[in-house]
Design a protein around this ligand. Structure first.
Ligand SMILES: N[C@@H](CCC(=O)N[C@@H](CS)C(=O)NCC(=O)O)C(=O)O
Length: 234
């Protein structure tokens, strides 16, 4: 049995979990408390989650996990055989993981209103002390990360111009179709979905998404195609 180790509200986890569901692979979920973050390093050297435990072995990055799943469970493919499509799937996944992630994290957890709404959701399973402490320290920690990365130094107006561009790009890509690449759902949909569903929890990003006709219906389509109900064995 596979075990998916994860943190609450992690978008990377959404990508992996929905892939497992789509492929109908049985798995157990283990949620880690932020208070136990130090111990994660003991089994995944990057200290990050998600990580997938397979027969005692740890696969410790969502990009590696989804490739392992695709290789081991090829019957319901999510990575196209076509070379150009496969390349585009890779590029979109990397864009989602390495660029969109910082926007969702910054907007959800450092901006007024969103921070107050989303922080309690992130820490709701922690002990009482961390439930009190973490909402006071995590937003500052995230702001430092996004300042180092770069987007955290932009004005709120510039950030929203960026988000609008990202959302428009997905709207353009979808056009009149159902999925980002080709005629069926792919890993690109899961990866970009993972970050967009998190961005949707920031009210200004949601307002931008609502201005484009394809975005919210596409998010709902990914959800109905990959939700737990599909995984009858789980
Ligand atoms: N490249 C990694 C990124 C994973 C990642 O950044 N996970 C965050 C949670 S969303 C994490 O573990 N943060 C804790 C830390 O950095 O110590 C992946 O795709 O799995």
């Amino acid at each position: 049995m596979l075990t998916l180790h994860q943190y609450h509200l992690s978008p990377y986890n959404e990508k992996v979990r929905r892939m497992l569901n789509f492929k109908g692979i049985p798995y157990i979920e283990k949620f880690w408390m932020l208070g136990d973050r130090g111990k994660v390093k003991d089994f995944n050297h990057t200290g990050k989650l998600p990580a997938l435990e397979v027969d005692g072995q740890i696969i410790g990055d969502s990009t590696d996990i989804v490739r392992y799943l695709e290789q081991s469970f090829p019957e319901t493919p999510l990575i196209p055989q076509d070379r150009q499509q496969r390349a585009l799937v890779h590029i979109l996944e990397d864009w989602a993981d390495e660029s969109l992630y910082f926007y969702e994290m910054h907007l959800r957890f450092t901006t007024p209103g969103n921070r107050e709404r989303n922080m309690p959701r992130m820490v709701e399973k922690e002990g009482w002390f961390l439930r009190y402490l973490l909402p006071k320290v995590i937003p500052g920690g995230i702001a430092k990360i996004t300042a180092t990365q770069g987007i955290g130094r932009k004005t709120p107006e510039q950030l929203l111009v960026d988000v609008d561009r990202h959302v428009q790009a997905v709207d353009d890509l979808l056009g009149t179709g159902n999925w980002l690449i080709g005629q069926t759902i792919t890993l690109a949909d899961l990866a970009v979905y993972a970050m967009f569903q998190a961005l949707r929890d920031a009210d200004m990003a949601l307002a931008i998404m609502q201005r484009y006709p394809t975005i919210l219906p596409w998010l709902a389509r990914v959800e109905t195609t990959t939700d737990e109900a599909r995984n009858t064995q789980n």
